[in-house]
Design a protein around this ligand. Structure first.
Ligand code: 5RP
Length: 220
């Protein structure tokens, strides 16, 4: 089955001093989603963006805000990110005791819900949740930092999840994040990914290069 590929620049790799400008630049360059990596220094060893920054960025683009919460406990902050302008909110099953309840909370706020699988988290983590999911994110690096190398064992996981999604008959984005570059993007797409998160590869070469980078990631 042929899927079109969406590109989601991760603003973790953008120039933070001029973040609004960077968001406008990747929007103009053809990004489909703006992927926002939220880290708390507890669930992952880095601290990034809170709801106030998401709200400040919201007026810069009408593109989908795809907010990946790498925070624990996660439930406490979901309403804040929904209010700040998130369209999709993705959580890790390890970030709270009751993932099903967390997914229902996201949906109850009128937002799309995603689940993120770390490299060592098995595909079975989506069991009993798939009917409520809008996105499954395969982390192809251990979360925390941009600029890491793609973990190739995740290709099997992408294939297995593609089968589960197709069998479900539901519209669920299969997103891959970490080490996506002009070489690894083709392998991820071939395995069944339809949204590629790319920080370093998008934000290379200055704003004039972003459109070309996005086209290359898409495989065009
Ligand atoms: O958030 C991440 C890890 O937690 C990322 O992998 C990041 O979003 C993408 O960075 P890069 O394209 O440089 O791998």
């Amino acid at each position: 089955m042929q899927h079109s590929t969406l590109i989601a620049p991760s603003i973790l790799s953008a120039d933070f001093a001029r973040l609004g400008e960077e968001v406008r630049a990747v929007d103009a360059a053809g990004a489909d989603y703006i992927h926002i990596d939220v880290m708390d220094g507890h669930f992952v060893p880095n601290i990034t963006i809170g709801p106030a920054v998401v709200a400040a960025l919201r007026p810069h683009t009408a593109k989908v805000f795809d907010v990946h919460l790498m925070i624990s406990p996660v439930d406490l902050f979901i309403a804040d990110f929904a209010k700040a302008g998130a369209d999709i909110i993705t959580v890790h099953p390890e970030a709270g005791a009751h993932t099903h309840r967390t997914i229902q909370l996201i949906k109850s706020l009128g937002k799309k819900a995603g689940i993120s699988l770390n490299p060592a988290t098995p595909v079975e983590a989506v069991d009993y949740l798939i009917d409520d999911l809008d996105l499954i994110l395969v982390m192809s690096v251990n979360p925390g930092f941009g600029g890491q190398s793609f973990i190739r064992s995740q290709l099997d996981k992408i294939r297995a999840l593609r089968r589960r999604i197709d069998e479900s008959g539901r519209q669920i984005d299969l997103e891959v994040d970490g080490g996506i570059n002009f070489d690894t993007s083709a392998a991820a797409i071939e395995a069944g990914a339809d949204v590629l998160v790319a920080g370093t590869a998008t934000f290379t070469g200055g704003a004039d290069a972003y459109a070309g980078n996005i086209r290359r990631l898409r495989g065009a």
